[in-house]
Design a protein around this ligand. Structure first.
Ligand SMILES: O=C(O)CCC(=O)C(=O)O
Length: 271
């Protein structure tokens, strides 16, 4: 559980480092399963494995819905402590998984994840009340591309379809200043997070992560959690839309959007 001060901090800033949730053995086991999925050694497959940067020499391996490919990753979104914190931050009795996302910045050639907001990239769900739990599978540092956040930006509304703009020198955001409240200041907070620790961010918080300049990997998994009142409201397409089994306007739920918290922890099927 989070303290009242932590919940306040999250609502004030739009992100929160929440501490350790896994020991090293569990993180190592997850990293081994990640290798198996990337090498195609699992029977079931995730939604996609691709280079987020397309045909570039820089590589950010993005895997969507690894939970569908491996049982350790299937259990991860149900982590009782993470779910309790997500429920608290969203003031939700019911929490479901929208989707998960690995971002793996390879040593040296690991590229940037440009400044953006999440919710505008999810044009089939409303309202913009989601919270993501970002778990470091390696120590995430300034050198290897830890996440960077702009405090309070979750209160500034959607910004040009979620794209903020990125100056590669110094990895700073280049927003349309007419969309930033005049009394506000754009501060950049680098968020170093240790292996096994979790950090939360709101789906409208400006964030990004710089290239990996180190000789070590930078792996992380984000689970994007929806509060129980999130509805399927299609405006444009989305990669996981083919899994939607409800009609437009209905609560988004079903086999591919598992309920992981219902007034308390829920156990994953088969455990
Ligand atoms: O892992 C990263 O560096 C970026 C992740 C991200 O953008 C997200 O979880 O929303």
């Amino acid at each position: 559980m989070l303290t009242e001060a932590q919940v306040r901090e999250f609502h004030e800033n739009g992100f929160l480092k929440a501490g350790r949730v896994y020991d090293d053995d569990r993180v190592e086991a997850l990293c081994q399963r990640l290798d198996a999925v990337m090498e195609g050694r699992t029977e079931a497959k995730p939604e996609c494995v691709r280079n987020l940067l397309g045909q570039s020499e820089q590589v950010v391996v993005q895997i969507i819905n690894i939970w569908e490919a491996d049982d350790l990753f299937r259990a991860h979104p149900y982590h009782p402590q993470i779910c309790a914190m997500a429920a608290q931050l969203m003031s939700a009795d019911v929490v479901r998984v929208w989707h998960d996302q690995i971002q793996y910045k390879l040593p040296r050639v690991g590229g940037p994840t440009d400044w953006h907001q999440d919710h505008p990239y999810w044009p089939i769900i409303e309202p913009a009340d989601l919270v993501s739990a970002w778990l470091a599978l390696d120590d995430a540092t300034l050198e290897n591309g830890c996440m960077r956040m702009v405090p309070r930006s979750h209160r500034w509304g959607p910004h040009k379809g979620g794209t903020i703009g990125t100056d590669p020198d110094g990895f700073t955001p280049t927003p349309d200043m007419s969309l930033v409240p005049p009394e506000e200041k754009i501060e950049i907070v680098p968020c170093e997070v240790r292996r096994g620790e979790v950090m939360f961010h709101h789906c409208l918080t400006w964030h990004g992560s710089a290239p990996n300049r180190s000789g070590k990997p930078r792996r992380a998994i984000a689970v994007h959690y929806m509060p129980g009142w999130t509805r399927y409201v299609p405006k444009r397409g989305h990669l996981v839309e083919h899994h939607v089994e409800v009609a437009p306007g209905e609560i988004l739920q079903g086999r591919h959007f598992p309920t992981v918290w219902d007034h308390g922890p829920v156990k994953p099927a088969g455990y």
